[in-house]
Design a protein around this ligand. Structure first.
Ligand code: SF4
Ligand code: SF4
Ligand code: SF4
Length: 177
């Protein structure tokens, strides 16, 4: 099993409902966020194109954040989900420095934290909170190893890109373009 996401950049309108849903679901402290909206403008005036992306930890297959963690607090669980065990984190920040996506932050209580792919919901058969609230249904979550899953089917059918492939982290969030 390999959990992943596909996010359709043609459908995302940047409403940030995903950000608010995550903050509520995961009791993210005020002023912090596990996911965010990124915008990229390309082309030359007047032929400009705006791409809007909902971004978060990419739950990479090749994880500098796990390798650099001196205590094992950062680790990979079933389905390739990358998480942090707060009780084992000493707050050294090595993982935060090593992530090419700036996907982690230090919780006010002193430990590193980030997107968990809502593993607490996923193990109960629910979609992550951000996926479940998106008004344009631009996010697909599921098992990439299952060719019959919606996420695997759309990744097979559509053109996609991953962010910063040159970093070699093998991200598991696919942006449909
Ligand atoms: Fe680690 Fe960053 Fe990849 Fe998430 S996006 S698994 S924090 S390297
Ligand atoms: Fe590991 Fe915590 Fe240090 Fe990150 S901040 S590398 S999770 S001990
Ligand atoms: Fe937040 Fe869960 Fe979405 Fe990750 S999967 S950004 S933790 S709501």
């Amino acid at each position: 099993m390999r959990y992943g996401m596909a996010i359709d950049t043609k459908k995302c309108v940047g409403c940030a409902d995903c950000v608010v849903a995550c903050q509520t679901e995961n009791s993210v402290p005020h002023g912090y966020a596990r996911d965010w909206i990124a915008e990229t403008v390309s082309g030359r005036y007047p032929y400009l194109e705006l791409e809007i992306r909902s971004e978060r930890c990419n739950h990479c297959d090749n994880t500098p954040c796990v390798r650099t963690c001196p205590t094992g607090a950062s680790h990979v669980i079933e389905g390739g989900i990358v998480i942090v065990t707060p009780e084992e984190c000493i707050g050294c920040g090595a993982c935060i420095e090593s992530c090419p996506y700036d996907a982690r932050f230090t919780h006010p209580d002193g430990y590193a934290t980030k997107c968990t792919f809502c593993d607490h919901r996923v193990k109960n058969g629910q979609d992550p909170a951000c996926v479940s609230v998106c008004p344009t249904h631009c996010m697909y979550f599921g098992d990439l190893d299952d060719p019959n899953s919606e996420v695997a089917k759309i990744v097979a059918r559509r053109k996609w890109k991953v962010l910063a492939p040159e970093a070699g982290t093998q991200p598991q969030i696919y942006y449909l373009v």
